[in-house]
Write a protein that binds this ligand. Sequence first.
Ligand code: ATP
Ligand code: MG
Length: 323
Amino acid sequence: MGLYIAIDGGSSRSAGLLAREDLRVLHRASAGCANYHIVGADGAEKTLLTLIESLCAAGGVSPKEIEGFCFALSGVSRPADLRSIEGILRRHLLHKKSKVISDAEAALVGGTSRGVGIVVISGTGSVVFGKNRACKTKKVSGHGHLIGDPGSGYDLGIRALRAILASAEGRVGKTKLTSNVLGALSLSTQDDVVPWLYSQPDLKKVVARLAPTVIATAAQEHDPVAGEILRSATEELAGLVAFTATCLDLTQEPFDVVLSGGVFLNNPAYFSLMQSSLSAKISVANPIRPENDPAFGALVSLLGRPASSQEEEDENPFPPGAR
Ligand SMILES: Nc1ncnc2c1ncn2[C@@H]1O[C@H](COP(=O)(O)OP(=O)(O)OP(=O)(O)O)[C@@H](O)[C@H]1O
Ligand SMILES: [Mg+2]
């Protein structure tokens, strides 16, 4: 039976799997950033090759024996992105049945077996992507941290850093974000924030790592400044979902909204706040945790979904946090 590799390439972490054509997953592996806007074409290629080599080594096969690849990549949504990535991959990998899709498309395919609905990814970055019964798709936002990844880990982190500086100037009240975020970054005072920020080579990733601290400060310490950051971030995401649903004519009947990505899936308080923001905005939206992860969605996107698919693991083969 032929072997296939599917990869969810993210801005902090990339996850890959080796599977048979009946969708039985044999091995999984992870690596670093595969977003070519962040690490460049060479960096993305290196991450993908590392993952492929790990998966092939685990399966005892050579990459030439793989029947096909699906690369579901963060930062790939425009035709020019696709051309760049396909150019890179053609050198090594696009020799057989292969495709490149966005990570958002894979997250929707993996996230709901209904095949239609909307996915919201909040990971290092964010994006909203939907598909209706007529196979019309719509991607909204997700333009990267410099111009728009609302509600993402990066967005929560940068809003918290802004709030700390505003608080130091007296523009907003005192906030526990100051001690919690400075502590998380091992900085002594708010004066250290700006020099730290501007000297980070992995800016997006290190700022996104602050998201759990921001969420905990709101949810466990009831800090109003942190609470307002979460409320406005989830309201903005819910607004993007409402817009996407309208564009795709999804609002006549209930539809799934898959909440995917490391920030939603590792932080229950943020997941529930997003559920509330969605319910307030769109009564027919049904927020769900992903049924399967985006790497599995990429596999299904490549091979189709058979009537009965079987997983190697006995129970919960795709824990919700496994992106
Ligand atoms: N164990 C954890 N506890 C709390 N938050 C976490 C945990 N793991 C990840 N996160 C949050 O999720 C973010 C990473 O999410 P994810 O792995 O989905 O991103 P990615 O796939 O690398 O990036 P992209 O947004 O480009 O897809 C981290 O920056 C952090 O904010
Ligand atoms: Mg991702």
